[in-house]
Design a protein. Structure first.
Length: 54
């Protein structure tokens, strides 16, 4: 899956050329999906932290 490949590239698991190929093949739909997923993860983390500590 392209999300796993991009994340593993940021962690240095893959070569830089592989990341360049993945970023060249990214579309607007993939960017929107990634943006929504990151927002959901961030909001979930904030809600979890506030419920645990407050």
């Amino acid at each position: 899956m392209w999300i796993n490949r991009i994340i593993s590239s940021f962690f240095g698991i893959r070569k830089e050329s592989d990341l360049n190929n993945d970023l060249n093949n990214i579309t607007l739909k993939k960017i929107v999906i990634l943006f929504v997923l990151l927002n959901i993860l961030f909001i979930s983390a904030v809600l979890l932290i506030t419920k645990v500590f407050i």
